[in-house]
Structure formats: structure tokens, C-alpha cells
Design a protein around this ligand. Sequence first.
Ligand code: GLU
Length: 381
Amino acid sequence: MSTVSKQDLVESVQRVVVKIGSSLLASGSGIHQDNLVHFVAELAALQERGLEVIVVSSGARAAGLNALSMETIPNSIPAQQAAAAVGQIHLMAHYERCFAEHEIKIAQVLLTAADIAHRGRYLNAKHTIDYLLERGLIPIINENDSVAVDELKFGDNDRLSALVAGLCEAELLILLTDVEGLYDKHPKEDGAALIPLVEEVSDTMLAAAQGQGTLGTGGMLSKLEAAKAAARRGIPTMIAKGVTQGVLSKAFDPKQEMGTLVLAAKNPLRQRKHWIGFGVTPKGQVVIDAGACKALVEKGTSLLPAGILEVRGDFEAGECVSCLDEQEEEIARGLVVYDARDLGKIIGAKTSEIETRLGYHFGDEIIHRDDLVLARAKEIS
Ligand code: GLU
């Protein structure tokens, strides 16, 4: 990327989300105090430049190991949740002490995927974060690991940080990790080269990233997925090695090339659509025929019952479902107007038949266009 466009990019940033990975912050031997001091100084410097800074910090489970006499993160979910319960306060106490050296106050926000999937709670989280930022505090966010149940977990904080960036309408997401960025092959292989710029995260890139980056829950695949989600919201992502001296000032220096920069999509989704596409876990699936796929993707229409071939799962009206083509590829996601049982009764029906088949009529569309997000960025949404 030319230095000029990096300049445009960094100049447009007012609000930035910085995600710090577990391996940078703690291990079985405890909190990595020197790293924490380094990150806090870098974050404080960003705030000094006039930026609003939101931190997504992993490391709760790792920080709790010591107190529970464990060396590595256990497989048992209750043990992991207990480690997070111990570690989270430990981690925050360290952050609080380090930020106090810079006369910065912090706040803790713990979120679960269920909070993000619930529109009201999602907006509440946004209002809380806005309020904290307006008053100069730095919100430090983590997943509420001690209560999150497996099927409702973010899985990794990379995804959480992309959702937080979208929620807070940040202009930049920075993922700090233990490698320099994305490589064209596994970084340990001979001749592996760093990819400085990604214009769009492709499926091939996602496939190649599998297995890159070994520490933490995420790895490079989840970083690229997070960058893809952020890009759809119009937010670029930088992936960089966290322990690099001056990493965050370099991120904002147009003359410095560092890590991998993933550009924002040219046609970003608005907040509500982004929430439908990335913040909500689909509760079921509808398989649709080729004509319906074409209508959704190329003509930008709503989904009608005539194009539905099969309904899977048990969902209520208003919940999110995935629309799959006949090859099982996800084409879109959206909020359904009819529940799974009733939708099963109108598979393939003409819109004029909905009322006779169901005894009521909530609308001709199964998923209205306003509640539908296409899986791929380039097509109409
Ligand atoms: N929330 C987890 C923790 O604090 C981290 C998840 C991740 O590794 O991204 O331990």
C-alpha cells in the first residue's frame, strides 16, 4: 500500500479497537508483567494523540491458572470457566495499576455471544462503551467466559473484537498477536513471506491460513475471519506482532510498513445488517433453489416461499436462519417472518397460498430484504 493511502487511513481514525491475544499477556507462570506495561504505555500514547481507545483483552483463563495450580488451560469447561473467573480480576487489577501510572481510568465490560445476539443488550453495550469513552476512560472488554455456554461462545476474542469494532463504529481494528502478520505459507516454512496488504479476504486465503499461528484460541484463520467481518462493516484491520517496540505508534505512522493490513469493503453494511450477518448465530437453515439464489444475489429481492426446498432446525419467527443453495453453500442470512413449523407448511408455495395453508398471513416474504445479508461482500446487500 502506498504511504499516502496509509496516511488517509490513519488520519480518518478517531476510534480504534485494539485486541491483545492471550499468549502476550499470561501463561501458567502468571501475568507477563513486562508485556502488560509495554501495551499499556502504547495504548496510553494512542489516547494522548486524541484517539478513543477500546481494548479487547484475552488472557483471563491463562491468568487464572496459577491460582488454581494448573500449568496449561484444561480441557474441562468448568475448570476453564473457573480459571477465567480467577484470572479476569487478576488481569484487570494489573491493567488498572499500569494505566494509573498514566493517569488513565479503565472500565471492564464482559460480553457473551448471547448479549451480542440480543439486539437490546447489543445496543446497551454500545451505549455503555460510548459513555465511558466520552469521559476519557478506556473500556477493556473480554468474553464473559465464566458464564458463556459452549454453543453461545464467541470462540475467540478475534471475532468478539470485530463485533465490538462494528458495535462501537470504530474506524480501525488492530489485532496484536505473536506473529508478524499473515504469511503466504506457514511462517516456519522456508521462504515464507509476509503479506503486507490484503484487499479482500478470499476463501483461498482462509483455507491457507488454517494452521498458521499456534497460540491462543484463534490462530491466523480466526484473525482473517475477524478482519473479514470488520471489512464488511467498513473497518480496516491491522494484524501485527504485539511485542514489537512501538507497535501501536508504528501502526499510526504512515511511513512505517508493519504487519498485514486488511482493507475495508467498498460497500459496507450498516450496523443493523452487520449485526444480522455477523452478530447473530443462525438457529436453522433453509435450502433454496437456484432461481431464489439468483434473485437474492443478483436482483436484491426478498426471499419468497416458492424458492424454498427444505427447512431445517427449530426456530421462532424473528430468529436468524442461513439460506443455503443446493450445494449447501451459504448464500445469505436473515431474520425469518415465520417459525420453522409454519415455514415447513409453505415450502414451495405461491404467496397467494400462504393464508390458506397457515390460516394467517404475516407477509409475502419469508425473509424481507431489509432483514437479509448476503454472504459475499461484492454482491448487492
Ligand atoms: N476470553 C478468553 C480468555 O480471556 C480468550 C479467548 C481467546 O483466546 O481469544 O481467556
